[in-house]
Ligand binder design. Structure first.
Ligand code: NAI
Ligand code: SOE
Length: 366
């Protein structure tokens, strides 16, 4: 059994705990978060050996072999590097760091270390995304011409909506683009194997101040609610993406459409069991998850039979299962720190392009 510790027990830390309990060969032995009272409830409820108020104690705990970093963004880098330096497996939440300086350092350290280092770009691991990737690799779409889509949310649409992500010191200089745009970019890269080379972007802060709930007072906001970006991928492939956290009615609406010379496919996170296939003169199709008909890799990501819907907790579980399959030497396709750095390079170029109102080249990886 690989002994795992989770740092940060908010929304996603609990999702990691849930996922880890569904994966053979791993055992959660420790959790860390500032609120010890909550942790004690988790300890009793799930039989977790150690609880720590300070993440450093968890990283130093000799019982812990692998760490899941589920803290707010400003803590990702320090914790990830502490794990690598202690030889502990690290699975970090996204974004990998606050800026490209941090993400390039983390990716470089991960590359030269023998430690497994993963980042939770979880949307890759839905069965229908896996199947879409397989279809693209087999040439079912023909040559790729364009990639476009959006990632829209509405949970920050009012002036009274507030979260640590709004504060650039905690969330980073890019909010909507870093928080959710990074997922879209990762998915585009993962599905097609293409890299974004240049961007031309426009961003908006629709709420230059928001009401901070603890004080009830307005505070200035310096992170974007919105971005539109034209993208140039390598090989002349065109793209565009709309990223918004103020679009009423869109809760977690990530959509990606890929146009090839033969066919087009579309996948949408809020209807994850469906893949739309468009074909001129070919009766467009809506295809549903069915492990028996999708090919071995995609089928491995479907834990239940057709007609038994799987969703967000399952894609987290699949992502983490793939990571531990790699850790256990059984092979496993998972998002690496290099992927985390690549996504941050695109995020940075989008914000820079909006500031300068110019086409901006994206850094070229490590
Ligand atoms: P959250 O605000 O719900 O939870 C953050 C947790 O970290 C809280 O329990 C908080 O007490 C804890 N924390 C704060 N300071 C800490 C410290 N010094 N040491 C230990 N714990 C500390 O936030 P949420 O939504 O869980 O997000 C956390 C991270 O996960 C973010 O980086 C976010 O981008 C990422 N995330 C990724 C998702 C994905 O789909 N891959 C989904 C949701 C979040
Ligand atoms: C909030 O915007 C959030 O939880 C992001 O932090 C996640 O990465 C995304 O998957 C869902 O929305």
């Amino acid at each position: 059994m690989i002994k795992v510790g989770i740092i940060g027990m908010g929304m996603i830390g609990r999702a990691h705990l849930d996922a880890l309990q569904r994966i053979p060969g791993v055992e959660v032995v420790a959790v860390a978060s500032p609120n010890l009272e909550d942790l004690v409830k988790l300890q009793e409820g799930f039989g977790i050996r150690h609880v720590f108020a300070d993440w450093r104690e968890l990283v130093d705990c000799p019982d812990v072999e692998a760490v899941h970093n589920c803290t707010p963004n400003h803590l990702h880098h320090e914790i990830n590097l502490a794990c690598i330096s202690r030889g502990k497996v690290i699975f970090s939440e996204k974004p990998l760091g606050m800026d490209v300086q941090e993400t390039s350092e983390a990716a470089a350290k991960a590359k030269t270390s023998s430690i497994a280092c993963g980042v939770n770009f979880c949307y890759r691991a839905y069965p229908m995304v896996q199947w879409a990737k397989q279809l693209i690799q087999e040439g079912y779409l023909g040559e790729i011409r364009a990639i476009y889509g959006h990632y829209l949310q509405d949970w920050l649409m009012y002036e009274t909506d507030y979260d640590w992500r709004v504060d650039s010191k905690v969330g980073g200089f890019a909010r909507a683009v870093g928080d959710i745009g990074s997922h879209w970019v990762d998915l585009a890269r993962y599905l097609t194997g293409l890299e974004v080379e240049e961007v031309l972007a426009d961003t908006s802060i629709f709420w230059p101040q928001r009401i901070e709930p603890t004080s009830g007072q307005p505070v200035p906001v310096d992170t974007e609610d919105w971005a539109t970006a034209l993208l140039r991928f390598n090989g002349g492939v065109k793209g565009n993406v709309v990223i918004s956290q103020i679009s009423g009615g869109h809760q977690n609406d990530l959509q990606i459409e890929i146009v090839g010379t033969k066919r087009t496919i579309r996948w949408r996170q809020e209807d994850p069991e469906i893949l739309w296939i468009g074909e001129r003169g070919g009766c467009n199709q809506i295809r549903y998850k069915d492990g028996s008909a999708m090919g071995a890799v995609a089928a491995k990501h479907a834990s239940y039979p057709p007609g038994h819907p799987e969703g967000y907790p399952d894609c987290i579980k699949n992502t983490i299962a793939n990571f531990y399959s790699h850790v256990l030497g059984q092979g496993g396709d998972f998002p690496t720190f290099e992927d985390g750095h690549r996504a941050m390079e695109v995020v940075t170029a989008i914000i820079h392009s909006a500031e300068t109102e110019r086409w901006t080249r994206v850094g070229g990886g490590l």
